[in-house]
Design a protein around this ligand. Structure first.
Ligand code: COA
Length: 339
């Protein structure tokens, strides 16, 4: 049976850089607090481009880096917490922008684990022969759901998009995938949709639910609880992936974690007793871009020439839902792609 492989990667981040110092001019924060608590130095913020636009740019870069044409793509999955609309899906809008008329398109909602979930879904489609070439994208314009007056949240996140094209080949690519969820933690990291009665003005007096709609569409988070969850979920995911694939941590060249917080990553480095260099990080420059963080990192590593054919890498994510998951990939792309 054919193996499922990553054939190419691409990413796009908005040009606008917002440093911690710039944030400190508009809210009561400072570079030192943000850096010591999170490791974040700056983030990219969109200046008008919506999620579909940045997702399409990342997708086009991945296509440029492959021999696949848009019409060869038969599946597009966008993982996002910040779609342009409730409907249509961001994936359908991307399909139109990039001219992938033969694709089946849909979005998935798994917060910061979204790219891993999308990878898993695309893997199943390709492995069972239903689809041939899948474009999976993690894309976020989180800046539109942040309360820019709430310093405990807005300093943590950024906008961006990362993409990968999956297809089949002879060599082993995706070795092992694992995902999990726990809806009991749903309120720990949350962004509400439109309240049930907001437009039912005539019925509002009769059904007085959600009376207070103030700030309903902003991201909210129990930071300390999420921190505890994150280290537990990462640890368990890495352990499960290694044991189910019969590999050890020494077999893994790089771990590409969800880029949420350097302290979470440092904790994992200590727990696993591994060299700091085994964990790839770029959150210093982008903040937490949720579903986009892992594919942006992967594309950056690919372009920097860090990945060589045969390397085993482990991607691991966690986020709202609660959700978590990871994958071990044997890299099959010839070094090196640059664009
Ligand atoms: N600038 C300056 N001070 C800030 C601040 C900011 N941006 N945000 C919060 N503070 C203040 C608080 O008001 C509080 O002040 P007080 O002690 O006078 O009340 C103090 O800093 C400590 O706040 P606290 O929230 O307890 O900080 P913390 O040490 O728990 O760190 C996080 C907060 C968010 C950095 C940390 O909990 C964390 O990293 N959680 C995980 C978040 C995450 O990764 N989420 C994404 C998952 S996908």
């Amino acid at each position: 049976m054919k193996e499922v492989q990553i054939l190419a990667t691409g990413s796009y981040v908005p040009d606008r850089i917002v440093t911690n110092d710039e944030l400190a001019t508009v809210i009561d924060t400072n570079d030192e607090w943000i850096k010591t608590r999170t490791g974040i130095g700056e983030r990219r913020i969109t200046t008008g481009e919506n999620t579909s636009s940045i997702a399409a740019k990342a997708a086009l870069k991945a296509l440029e880096n492959s021999s696949i044409k848009p019409l060869d793509i038969d599946l597009i999955i966008v993982a996002t917490t910040t779609p342009d609309c409730y409907t249509p899906s961001t994936a359908c809008i991307v399909q139109d922008i990039i001219g992938a008329a033969n694709a089946t398109c849909f979005d998935i909602s798994a917060a910061c684990s979204g790219f891993i979930y999308a990878l898993n879904i695309a893997y199943q489609f390709i492995k069972n022969g239903t689809k041939k070439n899948a474009l999976i994208i993690g894309a976020e314009t989180l800046s539109k759901i942040l309360d820019w007056n709430d310093r405990s949240i807005c300093v943590l996140f950024g906008d961006g998009a990362g993409a990968a094209i999956l297809g089949c080949g002879e060599e082993k690519g995706l070795i092992q995938i694992y995902t999990g969820s726990d809806g009991k933690g749903a309120n720990l990291l949350k962004c509400n949709a439109v309240p049930i009665d907001i437009n039912n003005k005539k019925l509002k007096e009769k059904i007085p639910q959600n009376a207070d709609n103030e700030g309903y569409h902003y991201l909210s988070m129990e930071g300390r609880e999420i921190f505890k969850f994150a280290v537990k979920a990462m640890g368990e995911t890495i352990k499960t992936l290694l044991s189910s694939s019969g590999l050890t941590i020494d077999d893994i060249k790089y771990i590409v974690p969800h880029q949420a917080n350097l302290r979470i990553i440092d904790y994992m480095i200590k727990k696993l007793k591994v060299d700091k260099k085994k964990f790839y990080t770029n959150l210093q420059y982008y903040g937490n871009t949720s579903a986009a963080s892992i594919p942006i990192a992967l594309d950056q590593m690919n372009r920097e020439g860090l990945l060589e054919k045969g390397d085993k890498i482990l991607l691991v994510g966690f986020g709202g839902g609660l959700t978590w998951g990871g994958t071990i990939i044997e890299w099959t792309i010839d070094k090196q792609i640059s664009s």
